[in-house]
Design a binder for this molecule. Structure first.
Ligand SMILES: CCCCCCCC/C=C\CCCCCCCC(=O)SCCNC(=O)CCNC(=O)[C@H](O)C(C)(C)COP(=O)(O)OP(=O)(O)OC[C@H]1O[C@@H](n2cnc3c(N)ncnc32)[C@H](O)[C@@H]1OP(=O)(O)O
Length: 213
């Protein structure tokens, strides 16, 4: 795989399994679906950052219950869901982890940018450690399954928190494939705020056998 000529997330090559998985969701996604997910992400951040008066709480709760009822009327099985499957998008159509915008990639390394919102704050404008681990799982998992490598699952992820990870600032995440031994893939990642090292991780990913889920 040759390095990308210019940064563009939608040019990231997808392995055949993931291309089919993602394309199927894209084909089924109704107009406006990604706008709904973006709104949901902004809502999570707005809720986390607000201290509203009771009338506002009551109104927002009623609006949310309306939205929840509208969506729940169209519940589908996991195989049919759209959430999280739009792999060409930085947030891949989910709000669990913050959007990871890929800046460059090769078969063995990806570099991306991520900004955590208030939703992922633990305390004092510092990102919750579990959210940092989530980001590493996402970044390392994506690299593990990049190129033509078969799908894998995380079996081990170790995170070292080196300094506070700030909310609301663009951070750089770099993931590297260190080596492969049969089904086992060893990967490492670093998260930086400018030059400052916020956290680093190493993970073991195991390629699934045919038929394994
Ligand atoms: C660049 C952008 C675009 C690209 C997009 C690409 C597509 C991306 C797609 C989507 C993007 C999102 C990315 C998110 C990623 C998130 C991933 C997760 O979080 S996955 C959920 C959490 N993980 C689990 O739930 C696993 C639970 N575990 C299992 O299910 C099983 O353990 C499984 C199937 C993984 C393996 O089970 P067995 O029975 O096949 O394998 P056995 O025999 O146990 O182990 C094989 C070898 O591995 C070692 N091993 C297993 N676990 C180990 C461990 N924890 N530490 C060390 N070694 C371990 C064993 O000792 C064995 O080694 P010996 O072959 O004997 O040498």
């Amino acid at each position: 795989m040759t390095p990308s000529p210019e940064p563009a997330h939608d040019r990231v090559p997808l392995a055949p399994f993931w291309r089919q998985w993602s394309d199927r969701a894209v084909a089924r996604a109704p107009a406006g679906w990604t706008g709904l997910i973006d709104e949901l992400r902004d809502l999570q951040d707005a809720a986390a950052a607000s201290a509203p008066p009771a009338e506002t709480v009551a109104r927002a709760t009623a609006l949310l219950a309306d939205a929840r009822r509208l969506l729940a009327a169209h519940t589908v099985a996991d195989d049919e869901q759209l959430y999280g499957k739009l792999l060409r998008l930085p947030g891949r159509g989910q709000t669990l982890s913050p959007p990871l915008r890929l800046l460059s990639w090769t078969a063995t390394e990806i570099v991306g940018e991520v900004t955590f919102g208030r939703f992922h704050s633990g305390s004092n404008d510092a990102v919750h450690g579990g959210a940092v681990a989530l980001l590493f799982d996402e970044a390392l998992g994506r690299l593990s399954d990049l190129d033509d490598r078969p799908p894998s699952r995380t079996v081990s992820l170790r995170v070292e928190f080196r300094s506070l990870t700030p909310v609301g600032r663009p951070l750089t995440v770099r993931a590297r494939l260190l080596g492969q031994d049969g089904r086992k893939r060893r990967l490492a990642g670093v998260l930086r705020d400018g030059e400052r090292l916020c956290a680093e991780a190493d993970g073991l990913f195991l390629a699934l056998r045919p038929g394994q889920r």
